[in-house]
Design a protein around this ligand. Structure first.
Ligand SMILES: [Zn+2]
Length: 168
């Protein structure tokens, strides 16, 4: 039976004599935003510490990952090593938005890691290369069959609007 690598059994942390323990998750993912995506061929590496809590589990730690980024000026692609801090609660309280769900003896940290990684990504960044130069809309239009229509090439403002108002 398939079990997500992000699902952790935490029965040992819910007992009276529970003590904290470390968990490492190494997994490839397909997460990202328009101008910065986690590199699909390089696994994310989450170093987590699970702490017993009354009625749940707390998680602290960090996740290291590499992104494939697009320069917002010249549209060149480049890779960046990043790290995001992790800190969250898992409990059975469904009514608040501040914790993630504890499902029986299991917690699923996928949503938590995805949330923290996506929140840490830059909306716009430069490659920093000497050759970096702005790609103007005039240059883009020369390469487009229908310059007036919104096709594969979109203005940076359209891209930014999507980022600020996620479609899903
Ligand atoms: Zn650039």
């Amino acid at each position: 039976m398939y079990r997500s690598p992000f699902v952790l059994g935490v029965a040992d942390l819910l007992g009276r004599e529970a003590s904290p323990r470390e968990v490492t998750i190494e997994q490839t993912v397909d997460w990202g935003i328009e101008m910065s995506r986690v590199a699909q061929e390089i696994p994310i590496l989450a170093d987590l510490r699970l702490h017993p809590l009354s009625g749940g589990v707390a998680i602290t730690g960090s996740v290291a990952f590499t992104t494939s980024d697009t320069c917002f000026r010249c549209l060149d692609e480049f890779a960046t090593d990043r790290r995001a801090a992790i800190g969250a609660l898992f409990d059975t309280n469904d009514d608040d938005d501040e914790s993630y769900p504890l499902d029986g003896d299991d917690i699923d940290v996928e949503q938590l890691l995805r949330d923290e990684i996506l929140l840490s990504l830059p909306i716009a960044q430069e490659c920093g290369k000497d050759t970096c130069a702005v790609v103007t809309s005039a240059q883009i239009d020369l390469n487009t069959d229908n310059p007036g229509e919104e096709g594969d090439t979109r203005s940076p403002f359209a891209v930014l609007k999507d980022l600020l108002e996620p479609g899903d």
